[in-house]
Write a protein that binds this ligand. Structure first.
Ligand code: GTR
Length: 754
């Protein structure tokens, strides 16, 4: 361990580390410009400004860093070479830990080697020994750490359950289960690690990293005790302490098992898949709200998560072959079930390579962020299994179906070669090659619609429903999902619509009791697993509330796989193997139109759909397929499908099909994108002449601006043909990809994009 730290350190000092961006003087003006842009886009963070000032650091020259939208393969060195053996994995692990220190955790000192216990006080309670002590270590033994041990009756050796100060009651449960509980002062409630920055001034480790390093110092001491079984040392912590625990386990191989309890962003959720785009905490929020938790350098990557040379699944991979339990609450805004399942999927190859495929487990609990005694008992059940104390295996299967699950459930094998190659230029050509006219468009339109429907799959029979109270979201569920309160001047009407779905209609108060009919928006949220239509994390007002305040009716519901409908996704493809999740969402939008059209406060001729991220993709499909929608607003994340090849760096059509099988049939066209039967410009044209507003953020790695512009230009030809050239509006924001408060205001007509 110690020698590893020294190795990492010397690599850093010598600047030989692979993958760190080269510093070239000629790039400086560009990097200064990048910083100026970031400063303009990001909300102010004084600690970050201070750090910039102090260090003179500039963002990396992003053009020199490869863009990887999907979770990077941990079994590939920075230089692109594959990791083929366990021995090579050891080298790769060193490389990863060095990169983590650079971008996330800061640098850590070598193990001090001189840990000793002082001020030991011990008493006995019901046969258990309660020992309080102070560890001293480091240069001149200047660093101190308060520790409490809860030692079961008997001689041992006992397995150990280490946790941070505020989880002392967890350690009591561990004691009851025959573990030595070790509680250390590395939490907000009691933190001895803050003073260490002065003891080791040459290291830029962050708060969570110091606390992680503190767990290792506990182990230095524990290893000297005869009561301790040093082969069975576990560490756990919740939330911020869950992040700490993962960092500790990644760096310290003496930790045999780690439970990441709702660790979220900077823990078991990756920056790529739990960013503001997924209504997750993301880099901007976490580095501003908690500026000392993680390295300030991370903030350079806001909106450019694809450029981060590492991601959190690789921190977990560094723990292999040791055991990891990722414990997650289904509706906890701090985390996301889909994100942790992707983390597991991407880290698993390392566990397989190191012969421990069964050691990366998931555990789910219902509800929100807190845990209770049963959760901790079950963490111990899991530990007992991993430490050979019981034969029980505690692990939950994933909830989200994968592309492979769909292949299996549907039995479909699509041969993309049977589909003709198409560009973006066939919109105005009839099947016989003739130019499409306004008169022949209805016929061509049907043909295009058929191709869209074919990809979304076969919908089951559907009948309409005017909506009603029975089945509406109850208040406890609304509280759980963070949408129980409504601002002044707005009212909320919860109702059940369509196939027994819960939706909420928000009105400005001044419409109640009048016969005014309002225009309405149907709000389509992005991937937002924990909280559905209400963003779990965001800066500023919830979009649906801002729209309501500006005078619109807004209808919001959770799309399948999100919020109150998270678990509905689990068996979807077993139930409807030839349909699609996106097809289901489009059908739910139609059901929402049924409900809104029957509502006395709504003008049925003015029902619009507004979507962000995956919601924007869904909104365009809904606009194309549901003629009663009056128009579409689509924000962020769009690239024409046929041009979205591996070279765009967006993640390609795999992100609609393989990461999350929204349209699984698209998955067959990965590598054969030119043969995809329909495309984004056709969806826009299908909405014409009804208005379409496409907004693309200036920094959006899931969207290729030039390609999207080409699609808009093509689609606009149809708007022109139908006499409404102004019906298709394309705007680019001077911002990174998030649904910012400023953007919402702009949609409301309050401010325009600068
Ligand atoms: C939140 C923070 C999360 C999580 C949590 C906690 O405020 O945004 O990342 O760590 O605190 O520690 O309880």
């Amino acid at each position: 361990m110690r020698s590893r730290y020294l190795l990492l350190l010397s690599l850093l000092v010598l600047g030989l580390t692979a993958g760190l961006e080269p510093l070239r003087a000629e790039d400086t003006p560009r990097r200064q410009q990048l910083l100026a842009d970031l400063r303009r886009m990001l909300p102010k963070s004084t600690p970050w400004e201070d750090w910039l000032q102090r260090t003179g650091e500039l963002p990396p020259d992003f053009d020199t860093l490869p863009g990887v939208a999907e979770l990077p393969n941990p079994l590939r060195f920075q230089n692109g070479q594959p990791v083929k053996s366990r021995k090579q994995w050891r080298q790769r692990r060193d490389e990863l830990l060095t990169l983590f220190q650079h971008y996330i955790t800061g640098t850590v000192p070598p193990a001090p080697g001189n840990v000793c216990a002082t001020a030991i006080r011990e008493h006995v309670e019901n046969g258990s020994r309660i020992r309080e002590l102070t560890l001293e270590f480091g240069p001149a033994r200047a660093a101190r750490l308060g520790v409490e041990l809860l030692i079961p009756p008997g001689k041992g050796p006992f397995p150990v359950f280490i946790t941070q100060d505020n989880h002392r009651r967890w350690a009591l449960i561990a004691l009851s289960r025959g573990y030595v509980g070790c509680v250390y002062a590395g939490a907000d409630s009691h933190d001895d690690t803050g003073a260490w920055t002065k003891v080791w001034p040459d290291f830029d480790w962050t708060k969570l990293t110091r606390r992680a390093w503190a767990a290792s110092r506990c182990i230095d001491y524990l290893e000297t005790l005869p009561e301790v079984d040093r082969t069975r040392i576990a560490l756990t912590g919740h939330s911020r302490n869950g992040k700490t625990s993962l960092i500790a386990a990644a760096f310290d191989e003496r930790i045999g098992a780690v439970i990441s309890s709702s660790s979220g962003a900077g823990g078991a959720c990756t920056w790529r898949l739990f960013s503001e785009t997924e209504f997750g905490e993301g880099i901007e929020l976490i580095t501003r709200s908690f500026p000392d938790w993680l390295h300030p350098r991370l903030r350079f990557f806001v909106g450019r998560e694809n450029k981060l040379p590492i991601d959190q699944h690789e921190l977990i991979a560094c723990i292999a072959p040791r055991a990891v339990l990722i414990s997650t609450a289904l509706n906890d805004n701090v985390e996301s079930v889909w994100a942790v399942e992707q983390t597991r999927r991407a880290a698993l190859p390392v566990f397989k390579l190191t012969g421990s495929a069964d050691n990366l487990n998931l555990r789910y609990r219902h509800g929100h962020h807190p845990t209770d005694a049963e959760d901790i008992e079950s963490y111990l059940d899991w530990l007992d299994g991993k430490f050979g104390r019981s034969r029980r295996r505690v692990a939950d299967p994933p909830i989200f179906p994968t592309y492979e699950d769909w292949l299996q459930a549907s039995g479909e094998r699509i041969n993309p070669r049977q589909f003709p190659k198409r560009g973006l230029d066939d919109l105005l050509r009839a099947p016989d090659g003739a130019a499409v006219t306004a008169a022949t468009w209805p016929q061509k339109r049907e043909e295009v619609l058929d191709r869209v429907r074919q990809m979304l799959g076969t919908p089951p029979p559907r009948a309409s429903d005017p909506s009603g109270d029975y089945g509406a979201e109850s208040r406890p569920v609304a509280v759980l999902l963070g949408r129980d309160s409504v601002p002044a001047r707005a009212v909320k009407e919860s109702l059940s619509f369509g196939n027994y779905l819960a939706g909420d209609l928000y009105f400005p108060t001044n419409v109640a009791g009048t016969d005014r009919k309002l225009p309405a928006f149907i709000w389509l949220h992005p991937i937002s697993v924990s909280n559905g239509y209400a963003a779990g994390y965001r800066r500023g007002e919830q979009p649906y509330l801002a729209l309501t305040r500006s005078g619109y009716a807004v209808f919001a519901f959770d799309q399948i796989g999100n919020g109150n409908r998270l678990e509905e996704v689990r068996n979807f493809y077993r139930r409807y193997p030839h349909w699609s999740l996106l097809g289901k969402t489009v059908s739910d939008v139609s059901a929402a139109v049924d409900a809104l059209s029957a509502n006395p406060h709504i003008d049925p001729a003015q029902i619009y759909v507004v979507g962000y991220g995956t919601g924007a993709f869904a909104a365009l499909h809904a606009g194309a397929l549901e003629p009663r929608l009056a128009g579409v607003i689509a924000v962020g994340g769009l690239t024409p499908l046929r041009l979205d090849t591996a070279s765009t760096g967006t993640g390609g059509v795999a992100r609609w099909s393989r990461w999350l099988p929204l349209v699984p049939r698209l998955g067959a066209f990965v590598g054969e994108e030119a043969r995809i039967p329909y495309d984004v410009h056709e969806l826009m044209a299908l909405v014409a002449p009804r208005p379409v507003l496409v907004i693309t953020p200036g920094i959006d790695y899931q969207s290729t601006f030039e390609y999207l512009r080409a699609a808009v230009i093509e689609a606009r030809k149809m708007f022109t043909l139908l006499g409404k050239p102004e019906g298709l509006v394309f705007q680019r924001t001077d911002d990174y990809n998030h649904f910012s408060p400023e953007l919402v205001w702009c949609l409301c007509g309050v401010e325009t994009i600068h």
